[in-house]
Ligand binder design. Structure first.
Ligand code: NAI
Ligand SMILES: C[C@H](O)[C@@H]1OC(=O)[C@H](O)[C@@H]1O
Length: 256
């Protein structure tokens, strides 16, 4: 098992990519902290994931707290320490992408997106890194960034800078935390079918367009991203830091 005896915190883990990653980490032997929004739906989904994980003999707990709130960072670390005694891997995954045009972008939509996707992440990464440093045996931090860190989207002018920010944060943290043996990397998913884009991809033309642009001929599924996250979290990636891994079925390189 790739993650035996490691405690992994994953934010936004009740649904989509985070849920798939949490399940796979648990399958690989990790003790998992499921971060979620704390809403009724988030709590319910987190409980059902805990049941799934327990059913195959895994260990998981949940911590409900808004990813945009800087205090969430300490709650996640405290939850991990109380239940499992360590923090070995931190996966920053929680995110939103409320598609909206640029010229009339409401301030509150912009601010909510940046606070959820990037500002909260900064403090969460900081809290996890401090705990790893105090433990003295290194660790791994993974940001779920996006192909959108590298390319734009007319309806994503508030979102793409947050993904570029996460990508950049991992590069800088790789340097800041390398001396402590803490590796920092990002995964850059392409278009993965989840709740975040359900409405956008309900447009059949858009769905067909995104599929046709993907050399592997299909959109991604959450499980497609879970494997790369586990790899970067594991000791198999012990000399990988400051890297970013596109997980996009070839979408990024498909110019013509
Ligand atoms: N689906 C896609 O095509 C892509 C997704 N991503 C990124 O993957 C990450 C996960 O998204 P998906 O699984 O696709 O979507 P999703 O909507 O299924 O999952 C998002 C998760 O973030 C959580 N979340 C949102 N706001 C939160 C808050 N304020 N506090 C705590 N949790 C919160 C949600 O509860 C949910 O669990 C996001 O950061 C997204 O930007 C990146 C590239 C492509
Ligand atoms: C939500 C979008 O469908 C998705 O998010 C990303 O980060 C990708 O670039 C896709 O646009």
């Amino acid at each position: 098992m790739l993650l035996a005896d490691k405690t992994v915190i994953i934010t936004g883990a009740s649904r989509g990519i985070g849920r798939a990653a949490a399940r796979e980490c648990a399958r690989q032997g990790a003790r998992v902290v499921i971060g979620h929004s704390g809403s009724g739906q988030g709590t319910e989904a987190a409980h059902s994931l805990i049941e799934e994980i327990k059913a195959f003999g895994g260990q998981a707990i949940e911590v409900g707290s808004d990813a945009a709130d800087p205090d969430t960072a300490d709650k996640l670390v405290a939850g991990a320490l109380k239940a499992f005694g360590s923090v070995d891997v931190f996966v920053n995954n929680a995110g939103i992408c409320p598609f909206h045009s640029f010229l009339d972008m409401p301030r509150e939509v912009y601010l909510k997106t940046v606070n959820t996707n990037l500002n909260g992440a900064y403090f969460a990464v900081q809290a996890a890194a401090n705990q790893m440093k105090n433990q003295g045996k290194g660790g791994a931090i993974i940001a779920v960034s996006s192909i959108s860190a590298l390319v734009g989207g007319a309806m994503q002018t508030h979102y793409t800078p947050t993904k570029a920010g996460l990508h950049s944060l991992m590069q800088s943290c790789a340097i800041a935390l390398g001396p402590y043996g803490i590796r920092c990397n990002s995964v850059l998913p392409g278009t993965i079918a989840t709740d975040i884009n359900k409405e956008d991809l309900a447009d059949e033309e858009k769905l067909a367009y995104m599929t046709s642009r993907t050399p592997l001929g299909r959109l991604g599924e959450p499980d497609d991203v879970a494997g790369p996250i586990v790899f970067l979290a594991s000791d198999m990636a012990r000399y990988v830091t400051g890297a970013s891994l596109l997980v996009d079925g070839g979408l990024f390189v498909n110019l013509q």
